[in-house]
Design a protein around this ligand. Structure first.
Ligand SMILES: [Zn+2]
Length: 354
């Protein structure tokens, strides 16, 4: 799916790359560093429709990106070191901290070799509910279900009754994916998501348990990462809920208990956190305060932006630069890393918080 905004952005990125404007404006807008955000890293062929292709990058592209950033003088550092550097300014090159959300197995099997090759530290944010199968990576299950559904309508059991989605053509499938994701993330209560998405999967013949075992790391694999000298494990709530849709006590519990569970499983309490979804409707000032109360040193959103010295006062509202599967072109990333796209994506703001 290529929407008109995506097309326009790519034209702008290409134009920026050709203009040398990013290079010229980098000293002004580039800030102290960047926190990169990825989800899945794999050379496996994509899905038929690629509804979630924004969340998947090829390891060769990740390799090319890290190499390019080293050429540009970025220092790859752990999140602990990034937090120390934020606000200090001017020491060494600009820093880059790599983060990956959700704990997909390819982080271990396909991303880790790239990080080892470059000696680049990275953080993987884990939501124990996803690892244990208490909740589902529902956006992936929806894609698999829509993809598998034949000419019959796809059905999902919601608390108010059964919903039906036309999946008879490619265009209908694209609409169904969007609509089901909207219902799951905006209409249903967060706690009702899992039953609804499992009913959808049942209807389509998708096995959620098999999906989890195939694609997500188990605890043994997470432990292997946790003891790796380049890896930091961060927390990502217990149940991957949209915190802004939860009452305060529950949101705080999701944050602090995810740290407690990870400490129990891995022997070390995570110091860093990423908000599930991370966009405006999922994290605001209340959540940033709660992340501080839960004891995290930093918390990352999915807002687009580079890190400026002012973020020393906003360590729980750190924007990230998405390593997005739909933008796997080094020119696009060069534009983003220069800081030029930060005000473009944030109504002129260069210091992006929540
Ligand atoms: Zn996530």
């Amino acid at each position: 799916m290529i929407d008109s905004k995506e097309k326009l952005r790519k034209i702008v990125f290409k134009g920026l790359a050709a203009s040398r404007l990013p290079q010229m404006l980098r000293p002004l807008l580039g800030g102290e560093g960047v926190v990169l955000m990825a989800h899945r890293v794999t050379a496996a062929p994509g899905t038929i429709y690629g509804f979630n292709s924004n969340l998947v990058v090829h390891p060769a592209f990740l390799d090319e990106l890290v190499a390019e950033m080293k050429t540009q003088g970025f220092d790859f550092v752990s999140l602990d070191d990034a937090v120390v550097r934020i606000g200090k300014g001017g020491k060494g090159g600009r820093f880059a901290a790599i983060t990956l959300d959700d704990g997909f197995r390819d982080n271990l099997t396909e991303a880790l070799p790239v990080f080892e090759k470059h000696g680049a530290p990275f953080t993987v944010y884990i939501a124990p509910g996803l690892t244990d199968g208490d909740v589902e990576p529902w956006w992936e299950i929806v894609e698999a279900s829509v993809e598998r559904s034949g000419s019959d309508a796809l059905e999902m059991a919601a608390p108010d009754g059964k919903l039906s989605f036309d999946c008879s053509t490619d265009a209908a499938k694209a609409d169904a994916f969007e609509e089901i994701c909207r219902i799951l993330s905006e209409e249903l209560e967060e706690e009702d998501q899992v039953a609804a998405v499992r009913s959808l999967a049942d209807n389509a013949g998708v096995d959620c348990e098999a999906f989890r075992q195939s694609y997500l790391m188990n605890w043994d694999e997470i432990r292997r990462l946790a003891v790796h000298p380049l890896c930091t494990i961060g927390a990502h709530t217990v149940n991957h809920y949209n915190l802004r849709r939860l009452p305060k006590e529950k949101a705080l519990w999701e944050m602090s208990d995810s740290a407690a569970i990870l400490e129990e499983r891995l022997g070390e309490r995570p110091r860093h956190f990423a908000y599930p979804y991370g966009f405006e409707k999922a994290v605001g000032e209340r959540e940033a305060r709660l992340a501080g109360l839960a004891g995290f040193k930093s918390a990352g959103t999915t807002r687009h932006g580079v890190i400026q010295k002012e973020h020393a006062g906003h360590l729980h509202s750190l924007p990230r630069i998405s390593v997005n599967g739909r933008y796997q072109n080094i020119d696009y990333l060069k534009a983003m890393l220069s800081g030029v796209t930060t005000p473009m994506a944030n109504r002129g703001r260069t210091v992006v918080t929540v």
